[in-house]
Design a protein around this ligand. Structure first.
Ligand SMILES: Nc1ncnc2c1ncn2[C@@H]1O[C@H](COP(=O)(O)OP(=O)(O)O)[C@@H](O)[C@H]1O
Ligand SMILES: O=C(CO)[C@@H](O)[C@@H](O)COP(=O)(O)O
Length: 555
């Protein structure tokens, strides 16, 4: 009898399911569904306006998608053959719930309060709280700061929860639990609150050696936060690959699966992608390239690298220190350009030729040489995650003239994101976490070869590409097989899974020397601007943002 597992990848706009044949390593079927409520960044379901920099989701969507995508991938196989499920999620994505897991936004008394909903990873409205947290942590000499590159991001658990407390204390009070969405879905699937140590490590300031920050630290932030860990989070955490429990009868009925099959503890999209590319050793950076990019590296040592998102022992692969850095907008910047800045004759040409605007712009941009447009951009359309860790920074395009063409701007934006990645690679190398090769997965490597060549030219490194178009879902399915265990037909460890399952494409991108030489000069210019706008020499971006905010405060 064949053995299968299912991986579910919860992305920003949609969830994807993948059915993996454990004997042949074949991805038998995939299915995707957009979240019915999408990303709520302007209005709540009742039409109420949401302030700027917010990004919410509806937790009911996470269950709704399962009703459709799981039955779709298991069509045609015997459900007895599916032995496990793993999931991965965008993170840090959190929600307030009652003790039994009921989300507060599903309770009439709270459904009109935006703080009762899921705060998506790219909710950037807790920057004030993050700034205060960092200030207080620095004053107190808190050792945890170093593990997180010197700063805690506004995207993470504590700033987000503190924002709830500041702006909606009644929601903080009513929440018995504040959960990562990945742990919440696992609770819904198994009935068990078994939280994973990966999200706690990267997003909630927990470490295997030191645990959470002390209650005194939380009290120094706000006396009402003193017992946040025991009252709203949990000190009981389980390493990735652990079985969280068996699939409940109700969920089995809803999805068409067999009750009791193994469900792995929750995981994160970027982190599951590392073994899903076959990477289980140092020196190789895995880039998950889509709306944003996450940069993941392993090392045998714990080194404090400034500006990264974090280093967590066992956070990606057991026995190694897992490093994460990232850019909070990449594909999203190109999407913004396509939606807002493309003239009618380009739209018309794309329509006549039946190609999408990205393809048209890329075709035109491919004819340009590095530096030929005279443009240089900074990629901070959604703030800067690494290495400045500042959501209040914004984008720049420099060098525009009356002759500047859309494809020149499009290429400059792609180059800007490549410089952002180069800054991160240099930061790791300079601090002793070596990056010698790049491994790429996600939507962008599939969609844009020019972009991949630019990344190789700008970084000066070769790039290998995943064969799977659903690498996170594949990784989640691999962890599902580890949770099921060898006896059930799964795997003994994630190392065994990473040896047997992943495949790479034959094509590999290699730097083109002539391009790399010009990009080196352009990158030096980027670095000068990066430090000028990003390190306090000129805080114009923050001043502009403050003026902009004064309008929304008036409302
Ligand atoms: N041909 C293209 N070239 C560059 N970017 C593209 C192209 N087509 C789509 N995109 C961008 O890819 C992103 C989606 O990437 P994908 O990996 O599919 O999504 P996600 O990050 O949500 O998993 C969008 O932000 C979109 O703007
Ligand atoms: O930050 C993380 C992982 O730590 C990601 O979940 C976040 O960047 C969202 O990724 P996507 O762009 O939705 O693939």
């Amino acid at each position: 009898m064949a053995k299968y597992t299912i991986g579910i990848d919860y992305g920003t706009e949609s969830a994807r399911a993948l059915l993996l044949n454990l004997d042949t390593a074949e991805e038998v079927a995939t299915a995707a569904m957009n979240y019915p409520h999408g990303v709520m960044d302007e209005r709540l379901p009742n039409g109420m306006a949401i302030p700027p920099d917010w990004a919410l989701q509806h937790p009911d969507d996470y269950i709704e998608v399962l009703k459709h995508i799981i039955p779709e991938v298991i069509k045609g196989i015997d459900k007895e053959e599916v032995i496990g499920i793993g999931i991965d999620f965008t993170s840090c994505t959190i929600l307030p719930t009652k003790k039994n897991g009921t989300p507060l936004c599903d309770i009439d008394a709270y459904k009109n309060n935006p703080h009762a909903y899921v705060k998506l990873w790219k909710h950037h409205a807790a920057q004030d709280e993050a700034n205060r947290l960092n200030e207080i942590a620095r004053q107190r000499g808190e050792s945890f700061l170093e593990r997180y590159g010197g700063k805690i991001s506004s995207e993470w658990v504590i700033p987000k929860v503190w924002q709830i407390l500041n702006e909606a204390p009644e929601i903080y009070e009513a929440a018995d639990r504040i959960m990562e969405a990945t742990d919440w879905v696992i609770m819904m699937l198994t009935g068990n609150e078994k939280r994973n140590s990966c999200t706690a490590g990267y997003k909630a300031i927990w470490s295997k050696k030191e645990g959470y920050p002390s209650n005194e630290f939380f009290a120094a932030l706000d006396p009402r936060l003193e017992h946040i860990v025991d009252e709203k989070l949990s000190r009981e955490l389980y390493p990735v690959g652990t079985k969280a429990g068996g699939l409940t009868q109700a969920m089995a009925q809803m999805t068409g699966l067999k009750p009791g099959i193994a469900v792995a503890v929750g995981n994160v999209d970027a982190h599951v992608s590392v073994p899903a590319m076959g990477v289980t050793s140092p020196g190789k950076m895995v880039m998950i390239m889509g709306t944003s990019i996450c940069h993941m590296v392993l090392s045998e040592q714990e080194i404090h690298v400034p500006g990264i998102c974090g280093v967590v022992e066992d956070g990606i692969i057991p026995g190694l220190f897992g490093y994460e850095a990232g850019q909070s907008a990449v594909g999203d910047i190109f999407a913004w350009f396509v939606e807002n800045c493309v003239p009618a004759d380009y739209q018309e040409e794309a329509k006549t030729r039946n190609i999408n605007i990205h393809t048209l712009l890329t075709e035109k941009a491919s004819k340009l040489k590095p530096g030929q447009s005279g443009l240089l951009a900074i990629d901070w359309w959604n703030g800067n995650r690494s290495i400045l860790v500042d959501a209040d920074l914004s984008g720049v395009i420099l060098g525009m003239t009356l002759l500047t063409k859309p494809e020149e701007i499009y290429r400059a934006l792609i180059e800007a994101t490549a410089y952002g990645t180069r800054t991160i690679i240099d930061d790791f190398n300079e601090h002793g976490v070596s990056v010698e090769e790049l491994y790429a997965c996600g939507g962008l490597p599939e969609k844009n070869k020019m972009l991949m060549q630019i990344y190789s030219d700008v970084s000066g490194l070769p790039i290998k590409v995943a064969k799977s178009s659903q690498t996170p879902a594949l990784g989640a399915a691999m962890f599902g097989a580890v949770a099921a265990g060898k006896e059930q037909g799964g795997f003994e460890s994630i190392f065994e899974a990473a040896r047997k399952i992943p495949k790479l494409k034959d094509e590999e991108y290699k730097p083109i020397a002539a391009n790399a030489a010009i990009y080196e000069r352009l990158y030096q210019e980027y670095k000068t601007l990066h430090d000028y706008f990003g390190r306090g020499a000129n805080d114009v971006m923050k001043r502009l943002k403050a003026i902009k905010k004064s309008y929304s405060d008036e409302r």
